[in-house]
Design a protein around this ligand. Structure first.
Ligand code: ADP
Length: 413
């Protein structure tokens, strides 16, 4: 029994149906000293039981032993969901036992294979000798077959969920894509309205227009984030590595936030290591990382607050953000002295659609997608990201990449 439990524990971790069947058959055959072990599965197209996996019989035996006759032992076990335990004594026994014309079979055991309450096929075990399968054999093999069925059901569920998830992601991607055009049109029309060419607006009207504009911007952020996330989840996010001067690139990203920095009267302390070598990077990924970290620091810092933005390097064995660094690395640091993240929510910060309580309670708009995407991008391009944060004191986000550049982890794997 101890061996049986060990086998069951191993079966649980198999993620592929073919391997699951092969492993279960092999282990069951060994456990019960069976020379032959075969799994038949019902095939709707041919309306017959078709061999799916086999041990102890020649590969080309397969189609000759696909079973259609309702009178056969195998069919009965499958359709009536009963275990058949047979000692092959007479010629008539022989004629009802599969393979007995071509192989020496003294005893056999047939156990139905049931998936999601439906009869799906049968396992067949046979010994050349006339040693019958006793109660212990029958119990052990039945338990093993049941475990195999349960694991197969799990695989089917997981597969279905994956398909549903994929369909949902495709739908989100399409919807986000389609939403971009009307949002852009609204924003263009608002720009037109605010220009002096169409007549002067009074202050109230300008106030409304500004609010519509801000909501339009937020909608565009959300739609772009959804589009990026769905591209990632669908595996169609392309990583295109090129030489990049990271300091210049970082400065250009920071420049995109000039307006909000001035509006909030923030002080941004920049520190770029000018000795950094040219870095192999996917610009889109680098932009996603810097944009999200900077926009969060700006969003979650009150007016007149301070932000540090540093691009540097650290040598192997050095330390950065409280961690010992294992190889020469490019470092990105974004530190703010703003809202911070409540301690109990640190572990959820990179989850999809997560916003911390203090962010939700504030008026600060957000999607809960930015850091999820940043983490994915960093992981996929061979970097690491972590943070430190104290509520009401501020947060520091740390990112590192090997100094040689980003990597396309998916293509490496
Ligand atoms: P959001 O669009 O809501 O900012 P993110 O995915 O970028 O979404 O961040 C997830 C959550 O992490 C935010 O809602 C906020 O609660 C918290 N957060 C991220 N960055 C900071 C920061 N610099 N300061 C305080 N909280 C932050």
């Amino acid at each position: 029994m101890a061996i049986l439990y060990k086998i069951m524990a191993s079966i649980f971790f198999i993620k592929d149906a073919d391997r699951l069947f092969a492993f279960s058959l092999e282990e069951a055959a060994q456990l019960s000293a069976s020379e032959i072990a075969v799994l038949w599965i019902y095939d709707r197209k041919s309306e017959s039981l078709v061999i799916k996996k086999q041990i102890g019989i020649k590969e080309d035996t397969e189609s000759g032993y696909n079973v259609k006759e309702p009178a056969s032992l195998l069919w009965k076990s499958y359709s009536e969901n009963i275990v058949k335990n047979i000692l092959v004594n007479s010629d008539s026994d022989k004629s009802s036992v599969p393979f007995s014309k071509d192989y020496e079979i003294g005893s056999c055991l047939i156990i139905p294979f049931k998936i999601e309450q439906e009869n799906n096929g049968a396992f067949f075990f046979a010994r050349a000798s006339k040693m019958p399968y006793d109660i212990t054999d029958e119990r052990m093999l039945t338990i093993l077959v049941r475990e195999c069925c349960a694991c197969y059901e799990n695989l089917l569920v997981r597969d279905n969920l994956r398909k549903i998830d994929q369909a949902k992601t495709e739908f989100i991607s399409l919807a986000a894509h389609q939403l971009r055009a009307p949002i852009t049109a609204i924003r263009l029309n608002i720009e037109g309205l605010s220009s002096k060419d169409v007549g002067k607006l009074n202050n109230d009207q300008l106030g409304y227009i500004n609010q519509i504009n801000e909501s339009g911007l937020h909608m565009l952020d959300l739609v772009n984030a959804l589009l990026d996330v769905s591209r990632f989840d669908l595996g169609v996010f392309k990583i295109d590595l090129r030489p990049v001067n990271v300091s210049d690139f970082a400065e250009s990203v920071l420049d995109e936030f000039k307006l909000s920095i001035v509006e909030k009267k923030l002080i941004v302390k920049k520190l770029y290591d000018k000795s950094l070598p040219i870095f192999q990077a996917d610009e889109k990924s680098l932009r996603i990382i810097l944009q999200n970290l900077l926009s969060n620091a700006i969003k979650y810092t009150p007016a007149k607050g301070k932000i540090n933005f540093e691009i540097g390097r650290v040598s192997k064995g050095g330390s950065f953000g409280g961690e010992k660094i294992e190889q020469d690395s490019l470092t990105i640091l974004v530190k703010d002295f703003g809202a911070g993240i409540p301690l109990g929510q640190h572990d959820k910060i990179f989850s999809r659609l997560f916003r911390a309580d203090n962010a939700v309670k504030s008026d600060i708009e957000g999607t809960g997608l930015g850091l999820y995407l940043v983490k994915k991008v960093v992981d996929e391009t061979g970097g690491s990201i972590w943070f430190e944060s104290v509520e009401n004191k501020g947060s520091t986000f740390y990112v590192i990449f090997p100094i040689s550049g980003m990597k396309n982890i998916k293509s490496i794997n």
